[in-house]
Structure formats: C-alpha cells, structure tokens
Ligand binder design. Structure first.
Ligand code: SF4
Length: 434
C-alpha cells in the first residue's frame, strides 16, 4: 500500500474521487508497496486500481486513459532502508552530534539510486529486489563499488557479510541493467593493485558500466571510525595516473573517458582540472566529478550577456577547496561587468578544516564571513549550502542570517544566475523583501 499526499486539481485522480490520505492498494491484483510499483504498474492505458479511501471503504476503479495525461497525484515519500555496512569513512558517522535527525539516517536503497542518483552498495539486496530491478528495468543504478576484490570490499564496508559485487553486477547486467560506479579510495586499502583489479573487472562489463568515479576518502574531524591514512598529494597523483591511463585506453576503444578522477582528487594532487569536453555529459557531477569544469563552462557561456555593473562590489563566500579556482573566474566576471569581487574562503567551523567543500559551509560560517566583509554591497554564498527550505546543515536559516546582517545575502550556484539581467532584478526585489 502507498498513500496519496496530494491530488492536482482537474486531474484524473480528482475526477475519480481520490483524496489525500487515500491508500493505493493494488493494480491488476498486484500489491503496491511504493512509488516504483505505482510508476511501473500504472503505466498501461487500461488498469484496474484498488484503493482504500480515508473512510476505510475499498473501491476498485477500471481506468482507461491517454498515457500523455498524468494521474495528477503525489505519494508519500519512500521509506528508507538502513545501511548494513559500517564503513570507516562514512560521512554520516563523521557528523557531529546534535544536528537534525534525518541527517543521521544511513540509507542504502537501490530504488533511491535509480530515482535520485544516490549511490547504493547493493549489499542489502534481497531476491525480491533483484526481481524488481530486472522487471522494472531500474537502470542506470549508481553503485558504490569501492573495490571488486571481495576481501577488500568486506574490509572497506566493514561488513563480513557483504555479497560479491562482481556477481551482483553480472546478474543485473545480464538483465540489461547499467551502472555508474564510484570508488571511494582509502590509501593502503583500495588503491594500487586493488584499484587496478577493480578497474579491470569493471572494464570487463563493457557498456554495462557506463562511468567510474575515483574519489578520495572524505573525512571530517568527527570521523571516529576511521583508522586509515589521510590522502597525501602523492597518493592523489598516483590515483590520477591510474585513472588517466585507463581513461586514455577508454577514449581509444569506446570514445569516452569512462573513468574520472573527482575534482577534489585533482585539487589534492595540485593538478589543473580537465576542460568540460573531458566530462562528456557530466554523468557524475553530483559526485563532484566535473563540477569545476561545468561552472567554468556555464560562466563562459553567459559571460558576454552579463550587464555592466560598474561600481557594484560583491563579496563571494566559498569553502577552502575553491579558493585557488575562483580568482580566475571572478577576474573574467569583473572585466566583463566592471563589478569588483572580493573572495572570502572560509574554514568549515562545524566539520573542521578537512571539509573544504563550499556546499557544506554552515550558517555560522556565513555569519563570520559576512562579519569579515569590508567593502561589499552584496554577499554571494554557495546556494548548495542551504536546503530547499533555506536551512543550513547546522539548522541556522538563511532568513535568520539575513536578519542579522546589514548586507544583502544572496545564494548563487554559478554567479551568472545572480548577475544576469532578470536575475539581478529578482534578487534586488528578494533582498528588499527579506
Ligand atoms: S555504505 Fe558506508 S558510507 Fe554509505 S551509509 Fe553505509 S556505512 Fe555510510
């Protein structure tokens, strides 16, 4: 059973008399457990839908519809499936105490991998899950492989009962499922020969493995489980050398790079990042692979359309990782618009100095950065640091930070979203209203 939370006005669902709180029980006699069952089983032109109304009455509808017309209903959010692993590098284990509860949920669910691109380890897959993935063709899946040699993977996931991922991928690939894989590298555990073997195994899947990301282990000052080494510049350079050797081969044999070092890996190694053409369709941008190239590309594409902003002074708050990257981008924006940009890199006060990503800055960091602004008219902050409700990871809110600031504070993803003509007007209105 899956419960309806919203019904669009004028929709098929409303016409049928479905209301928020109605439980969708089955289609054609098959039980509905979640949004996946609903999405796939309701995709025929003619269906028999059994529902339980909020009153408790059961109703069966015979529905015929044009597939271009949506049902017009929202379902309750999917339940989580708790992760069975205990990775030493788990970011959730590296959170400080006292944050909001949902942040501590260690979810590891293939359906969120398919629906939202979350990485899953597949270590808790049951027979019914394989059947659903194959029947519904849940592809591509985003898989945290980390290592294909079984013993190394057991150690990395800190789970002696973890299944053999090569066998799992083989079974799913035989059913037409494809994968984006990530390898979070812990120096001494899954670099060197283990990485080589893992890439060899993943390469043997051919087109079924679409991309592989090589990501350095990311730790906070609270990563209490971690007993390994931190990643040095030499470790990062060695990982990149392996990734680039495989990428050269992949480009020759299949036309794309296939394996990609994350942006952080290049920064750790002190290496210049590749240009946008290296990343193809940026399949793993949410995993920090190609995000800098994408930012540079977006700024370059819109630069000539930006208005003159002579005399305007912008303070740009960022994490320490972007401090060496942004000056070149801001110089380009300054010469195009005539505005001045002051870069304010901030050390993360919640997670510690090893957490350098701008998107993980918290409200307290923004407050201290704003206090450090000398001559700005507007403060730009990383839009990724707040959720859709305007809340930072430390539960501070954008509204509260703005209320305590004499300067306008505007979230920005890529600068051009704020500096371009229409956006400029809207944030000016927004600033006045805030
Ligand atoms: S798989 Fe590892 S990193 Fe992911 S949630 Fe579980 S313990 Fe944490």
């Amino acid at each position: 059973m899956v419960r309806v939370t919203r019904v669009a006005s004028g929709s098929i669902a409303e016409e049928l008399g479905i209301t928020p709180g109605t439980e969708l029980v089955s289609i054609g006699g098959r039980a509905l457990d979640d949004f996946l069952d609903w999405e796939f089983l309701s995709s025929d032109e003619a269906i028999e839908l059994e529902v339980r109304q909020p009153s408790g009455d059961s109703v069966v509808y015979e529905i015929e519809r044009d597939l271009s017309e949506p049902f017009g209903l929202d379902l309750e959010p999917p339940t989580v499936r708790r992760c069975a692993n205990r990775c030493e590098f788990c970011f959730i284990e590296g959170l400080p105490k006292g944050l909001r509860k949902p942040l501590y949920i260690r979810d590891d669910y293939y359906r969120l991998s398919f629906a939202y691109g979350n990485f899953a380890t597949l270590s808790n897959l049951k027979e019914r899950d394989y059947a659903r993935i194959l029947e519904y063709r849940l592809s591509p899946l985003y898989v945290s492989v980390h290592a294909t040699p079984w013993d190394a993977r057991k150690k990395l996931l800190n789970n002696p009962r973890v299944p053999n991922v090569v066998e799992q991928l083989t079974r799913l690939a035989a059913g037409g499922i494809r994968f984006h894989c990530q390898m979070v590298i812990v120096p001494g555990l899954n670099d060197g020969d283990v990485l080589e073997q893992s890439l060899t195994d993943l390469w043997s899947f051919g087109d079924a493995v679409m991309t592989v990301a090589v990501v350095p282990v990311g730790l906070t000052q609270f990563s209490h489980l971690y007993t390994g080494k931190s990643m040095s510049a030499a470790d990062a350079a060695a990982l990149l050398a392996t990734a680039e050797r495989w990428a050269d081969r992949a480009r020759q044999e299949r036309g794309d790079a296939w394996v990609y070092g994350s942006d952080e890996l290049y920064l750790l190694a002190g290496r210049e990042l590749p240009g946008p053409e290296f990343y193809g369709d940026f399949a793993q941008i949410e995993n920090g692979v190609g995000a800098v190239a994408n930012l540079r590309g977006r700024v370059a594409a819109h630069l000539s359309q930006l208005p003159r902003l002579d005399g305007q002074r912008f303070a740009v708050v960022t994490g320490t990782a972007m401090a060496p990257i942004l000056p070149q981008i801001l110089d380009g924006l300054a010469s195009q618009t005539g505005a001045q940009f002051e870069l304010i890199p901030v050390v993360n006060s919640l997670f510690g100095p090893t957490t350098t990503t701008a998107g993980l800055l918290v409200g307290r960091d923004i407050r201290s950065a704003v206090a450090a602004c000398r001559d700005a008219d507007v403060v730009l902050i990383p839009a990724e640091s707040i959720n859709e409700d305007g809340v930072f990871l430390d539960d501070d809110t954008l509204a509260a930070v703005r209320a305590d600031s004499v300067l306008p504070i505007v979230p920005s993803y890529d600068f051009v979203d704020v500096l371009s003509g229409d956006a400029l007007d809207s944030w000016r209105v927004g600033v006045k209203a805030a």
